[in-house]
Write a protein that binds this ligand. Structure first.
Ligand SMILES: CC(C)(COP(=O)(O)OP(=O)(O)OC[C@H]1O[C@@H](n2cnc3c(N)ncnc32)[C@H](O)[C@@H]1OP(=O)(O)O)[C@@H](O)C(=O)NCCC(=O)NCCS
Length: 150
């Protein structure tokens, strides 16, 4: 029997998608604790921000993953640049081409907003994601991420 190809639809997220986004955020960072009210407020604020985009991937009507892209002015890129903030596919739908499609559509969106580049930071253990990025032309840079909490 020939396995049928998964049909992945990409669209912009809406407020109603919040429960699925929250579930996916929890899968992305299983060791973090999230306050539902606070994260919902941030999500809704993001939807109103022209320089931030949430793309969702649907498979058979289910939200199978999402990507978040931010657009910023960049002196170094001498124009706009983009950052891929989050990319996550529901555990149930991994390995079916959903992440690849989300990444490709994220790049398409950034290009449509005249971005010269896309950057992202990713923990060392996320080897599958790194393979995906390298395959899509991302170069691994030698840099260290610093975080200061307030
Ligand atoms: C990384 C992630 C987004 C990839 O999404 P996905 O839908 O599972 O991946 P795809 O099916 O689109 O496959 C993308 C590539 O990874 C490869 N891949 C996928 N799952 C794999 C696995 N378990 N082992 C090895 N390679 C794998 C695929 O073969 C494909 O490569 P190819 O184009 O050469 O065939 C997803 O696995 C995920 O959500 N992981 C946890 C969260 C995460 O790490 N996010 C990235 C944060 S930086």
């Amino acid at each position: 029997m020939v396995a049928s190809k998964t049909v992945v639809e990409i669209m912009t997220a809406a407020e109603r998608d919040f429960p699925d986004i929250l579930l996916l955020v929890k899968q992305l960072w299983p060791n973090d604790r999230f306050n539902e009210q606070k994260i919902k407020k941030v999500f809704i604020r993001s939807l109103k921000n022209r320089n931030q985009k949430f793309l969702i991937a649907k498979v058979d009507g289910d939200i199978a993953g999402f990507a978040e892209i931010q657009i910023a002015n960049s002196l170094r890129r001498q124009g706009y640049s983009s950052q891929l903030g989050e990319l996550v596919v529901h555990e149930k739908y991994r390995g079916k081409g959903v992440g690849k499609k989300l990444l490709e559509e994220s790049i398409k969106f950034a290009k449509s907003r005249s971005c010269k580049a896309m950057s992202l930071s990713s923990a060392n253990f996320r080897k599958i994601a790194h393979g995906l990025y390298l395959k899509h032309g991302f170069e691994k840079r030698d840099s260290t991420l610093f975080l200061k909490r307030f």
